[in-house]
Design a protein around this ligand. Sequence first.
Ligand SMILES: *Cc1c(COP(=O)(O)O)cnc(C)c1O
Length: 378
Amino acid sequence: MKDLKYPFLDLGTVNAPYADELKEAAIRVIDSGRYIGGQEVEAFERELAAHTGSVYAVGVSNGLDALRLIFRAYIELGRLAPGDEVIVPANTYIASVLAVTDCGLTPVFVEPDPSTLNLDTSLIEQSISPRTKAILTVHLYGRPCYDELMAEAASRHGLIIVEDNAQAIGADASWPSPRQTTRTGSLGDAAAFSFYPTKNVGAVGDAGAVTTSDADLANAVRALANYGSDRRYHNIYQGFNCRLDPIQAAFLRVKLNHVAEETQRRRALAAVYDTEITNPAVLKPRKDMPDGSVWHQYVVRSDSRDELQAYLTDNGVGTDIHYAVPPHRQPCYGRYASLYLPLTDMLADQVLSLPVSACTSIEDAHSIARIINRFKND
Ligand SMILES: *Cc1c(COP(=O)(O)O)cnc(C)c1O
């Protein structure tokens, strides 16, 4: 792609301010002689649990594995069984759904609230059947998806709540969890984090984590991620190798330490877009008070999305689409292709993500808003 004046995202630019700290972290790990597990991983797990308000954190290989390990652990503990139904948002990244089906669980797709793009929690109750055992809530684009309706449905029907927190580290919901926390990652029974390089806290490669305040679940996830062994050469599960590398843990300690600045910058950019984009052809994300979003993406909607994207590219503004094809429309999920999910299908045709990373200055956001306001008004 040609060089744009306002790039959507450039990871080198994102990590440049931390380059010295990242290099020190790498050298520390290389010199330590400890390349699997050890104190970098343990320190990161402690720091992540503290940041999240959960009791336990287990570093793992990536976000998809974090989700798979959670569902697998619940199956091993006898709290879920293959064939059980899991309520999932129809409007999500496919990894959320892959984890459910990989464990032999049945996704029940629930339509989004078009004003938040998150699962419409008023539809949860009617989506519950006698086979429903869990809700997978996805805090999509960094906006918490947890409220009174979800908490009450889960407690009334004894459902496990699993959070896909891949996009929302550091976000706060406006409804407290039963443990009186509001931070995403501590709201439900277990949460999956991704530290894929483009996420708000990005590793230098793949990485992920599971948080929970359930000791049995934490132990099961840790064992499953390490060949299913609870101690050396003693395998209680048929497990996997899904561990977090110490070099990524060391990088992540640096990045986690700066997440508050990252969130503040994203919120400042979102605030500029919120106040300055006034083009009626471009629908902005709903403003919530209080708004705990960490703006992993700033997603606008337009009936002329493709035209808007081409116009922005022509004017030097990089954008992206999250996501052009919803999970139930993917070739691998032909069995869900006939589901009637009109809002999800509509959003896939309308959504457009604007630049909201460290590559974008406040000045840039003002310019981008002005360019957007000229769309179809020239
Ligand atoms: C990124 C992402 C994942 C998967 O994380 P990986 O680390 O890439 O495996 C899962 N769910 C959501 C919502 C994501 O954005």
